[in-house]
Design a protein around this ligand. Structure first.
Ligand SMILES: Cc1cc2nc3c(=O)[nH]c(=O)nc-3n(C[C@H](O)[C@H](O)[C@H](O)COP(=O)(O)OP(=O)(O)OC[C@H]3O[C@@H](n4cnc5c(N)ncnc54)[C@H](O)[C@@H]3O)c2cc1C
Length: 396
């Protein structure tokens, strides 16, 4: 099982998947025949997550191939990620609280031998629950799981194994090649029943057997009820700041992050210098790190060809100093980069912007039109957001 780590590979994957993105996708997308079988879904998520390929171009191609009606289900799934990102962008405290919970729970693991053993068995795939142990192995070796596997994995982790959802989300985040602060955290919250009040997702053996094409027997008992999990109320949404605009009159550098690796497809001012760092936070697995490095190299090569600048890799360990030096060396007055809503890259951009402002350099986070149009719609549930999708497709 391989995942596109370059834009060319992502476009080729989309091209190959296009014939199956219409009614076939709607009918078969919940089937998970296993890592070695032909997939019922696109397996484009690592490429979309890093924006080797953008949502607008993916959706445009699928609509062109199938028409808006047959393409509807696939488009909706692409929009789930957009919705989650927009929802979290308006409630960044949910992410901050989640990261604080992970740190606190890691401390509790040290002190609690029962929790430590349970966690170690789950993360090693030694629980005796056949599907769960196989999914751990697949996650560690490929960095990807089918959506149904993720839902059932999370449910078993929380309700059968009795482990904190935050540590499961962190385990996923470290290993998934598509790890997305919004989709991952909010999907785990949804399974746990703290995202949509009164709704939990309880894994069932018969459904796992059916969706996996009988690969798993699932004889070990699974939790029969979802125990309620306490959570603090979700904060009220805050308005998303208007998208920043680059000033074409300023001497400008382009800074790439692993959150947006096809900025050359977007409108850019004249670029005088090009740089990147690859760090995206947390402790990624070796597989995830290697995927990010390949994607970043590819993004830099395309940006270099587009701008005519030589690509520089800045020191990850002290990115702020490296960035200030880079800006000074090239006498930059402005640095443009892809916008990141919430998560480690967004946090780093906020810190970089403050440091650069002290030197009189603007950091401009270029928001894609897709995000600009869609994020403010994610104020409530997915269903009102879904109603705005036709307009989003037409305008983006
Ligand atoms: C517990 C849990 C954690 C998850 N963590 C992530 C994550 O970190 N990053 C991530 O991109 N997705 C996450 N998902 C959503 C979903 O499982 C993956 O996006 C999907 O499995 C990717 O496979 P695909 O590219 O073949 O999807 P396809 O079915 O081909 O869908 C096309 C694209 O739509 C998006 N998409 C599809 N389904 C969903 C969904 N349910 N929610 C959000 N976006 C979706 C993805 O970008 C995907 O590439 C998670 C789901 C669960 C239940």
């Amino acid at each position: 099982m391989t995942f596109p780590a370059t834009r060319a590979a992502a476009l080729a994957r989309l091209d190959a998947f296009l014939p199956r993105a219409g009614q076939a996708y709607a009918a078969q997308r919940n089937r998970d025949a296993g890592p070695d079988a032909a997939g019922s879904t696109s397996r484009l998520s690592p490429a979309i997550r890093r924006r080797l390929i953008g949502e607008a171009e993916v959706c445009a191609q699928v609509v062109a191939a199938h028409g808006p009606h047959a393409a509807e289900k696939f488009i909706q799934e692409v929009c789930w990620r957009t919705y989650w990102v927009g929802w979290l962008a308006q409630r960044p405290a949910v992410w901050t609280r989640y990261t604080a919970d992970v740190t606190r729970l890691q401390g509790e693991v040290e002190a609690n031998s029962g929790l430590r053993t349970g966690l170690a068995q789950a993360m090693a795939g030694h629980t005796g629950i056949d599907c769960f142990d196989a999914w751990v192995s697949q996650l560690l070796t490929t960095g990807w799981l089918h959506n149904h596997a993720r839902m059932n994995f999370a449910s078993i982790w929380i309700f059968t194994l009795g482990l904190p959802w935050q540590l499961g989300a962190d385990f996923f985040y470290r290993h998934l090649l598509d790890a997305c602060p919004a989709s991952n955290t909010l999907s785990w919250r949804w399974v746990a029943g703290v995202q949509t009040l009164g709704k939990t997702y309880l894994a069932r053996a018969d459904i796992i057997r059916a969706s996996s094409g009988g690969r798993f027997a699932v004889t070990a008992p699974l939790a029969r009820e979802a125990r309620p999990i306490a959570d603090t109320p979700v904060p009220l949404p805050i308005a998303i700041a208007p998208a920043a605009r680059a000033d074409p009159a300023l001497r400008t550098g382009l800074f790439l992050t692993t959150d947006d690796l096809s900025l050359e497809t977007q409108p850019l001012p004249p670029i005088m210098a090009l740089a990147a760092t690859s760090r995206s936070g947390g402790s990624p697995s070796a597989l995830k790190r290697a995927h990010a490095e390949t994607a970043l190299d590819d993004g830099l090569a395309r940006a270099a060809a587009h701008t005519g600048c030589t690509a520089e890799r800045l020191d990850e360990a002290d990115a702020i100093t490296a960035m200030r030096d880079w800006a000074a060396r090239h006498r930059l007055q402005q640095i443009v980069t892809g916008d990141a809503a919430v998560g480690p890259v967004a946090d780093r951009l906020t810190a970089l912007a403050a440091a650069l402002a002290d030197d009189g350099v603007r950091l401009v986070r270029l928001r894609r039109r897709w995000d600009d149009l869609a994020w403010p719609q994610a104020t409530r549930g997915f269903f009102p957001f879904k109603a705005a999708i036709p307009q989003l497709l037409a305008r983006a």
